[in-house]
Design a protein around this ligand. Structure first.
Ligand SMILES: Nc1ncnc2c1ncn2[C@@H]1O[C@H](COP(=O)(O)OP(=O)(O)OP(=O)(O)O)[C@@H](O)[C@H]1O
Length: 251
């Protein structure tokens, strides 16, 4: 397996709390890797390390390394803004900006210097199409993003992330605030995106991990217990603790 993301002996501390313990994990490109485990096991923390969102939390310290395509993302030479352009993120609560649908998607490209109207129009359309939202919003691009349903807002946030052409998309419980139909749409969307992007998703929902991901990593108390092909992990886990968790014995 060729890994795009290589996490090596990673420890993360929030002050005195050690939230990640010696995590070593490779994440292959152009597929979906799901992080599962009980609340507080460190899934979101690990996800946030992949685009250095944890830098924003005071008192956070890490050791170990994370390489993306061979580059150590914690090295002094790495520009965090450039990293976050490459590694986009979608959160649990849809968080569109208080702007129009168009301006939400054009925000990143404008920030990166694209001013040409025709070029922006093209990016907005392509991103909304990739997020399977174009047909619903193409005649209302000037309307406020807040007028969209929760599920549409989440797809808008995915379009906004895609507009800057990332390689990697991080999804932190991106469907847990949505109704079942919107959840299904986002799950279908991930299947369309997985051949073009490397997707890493945190989910509370084991069925969701089983439905959408190619690989699943199971965490407990900040430790990676097991990472395997999703089918294998659910059908025939190697570790008894994985088995206990997926069979509902705890968590
Ligand atoms: N900003 C923070 N400051 C201090 N401790 C934190 C912070 N964020 C998380 N933690 C602690 O780090 C550990 C891992 O938390 P994290 O949110 O990564 O787990 P999680 O598996 O994503 O949980 P959940 O599924 O509930 O979101 C927990 O013990 C948590 O209390």
């Amino acid at each position: 397996m060729e890994a795009l993301i290589e996490i090596n002996e990673l420890n993360l501390y929030y002050g005195e709390v050690r939230a990640l313990r010696n995590v070593t994990l490779g994440i292959p490109e152009r597929s979906i890797t799901a992080f599962i485990g009980p609340s507080g096991c460190g899934k979101s923390t690990l996800l946030r390390t992949l685009n250095r969102m944890n830098d924003m939390i005071p008192g956070t310290r890490i050791d170990g390394s994370i390489k993306i395509a061979g580059t150590d993302i914690y090295s002094n030479q790495v520009d965090v803004e450039t990293l976050r352009k490459r590694v986009g993120m979608v959160f649990q609560q849809p968080n569109p900006f208080p702007k129009s649908i168009y301006d939400n998607v054009a925000y990143g490209p404008r920030l990166h210097g694209i001013r040409d109207r025709k070029k922006l129009d093209e990016i907005v359309e392509a991103s909304l199409r990739s997020a399977v939202l174009w047909n619903e919003v193409q005649h209302h691009l000037k309307r406020s993003a807040f007028g969209l349903s929760g599920g549409q807002q989440q797809r808008l946030c995915i379009a906004r992330a895609l507009a800057v052409e990332p390689d990697i998309l991080l999804m932190d419980e991106a469907t847990s605030a949505l109704d079942p139909i919107s959840t299904l749409k986002i799950e279908e969307l991930t299947q369309e995106l997985k051949d073009r992007y490397t997707i890493v998703m945190v989910t509370h929902n084991m069925q969701q991990a089983a439905r959408v991901s190619q690989r699943t990593a199971f965490f407990l108390n900040g430790e990676l217990i097991e990472c395997a092909e999703t089918q294998k992990l659910f059908a025939n886990p190697s570790n008894p603790r994985t088995e206990d968790y997926i069979s509902g014995r705890f968590g």
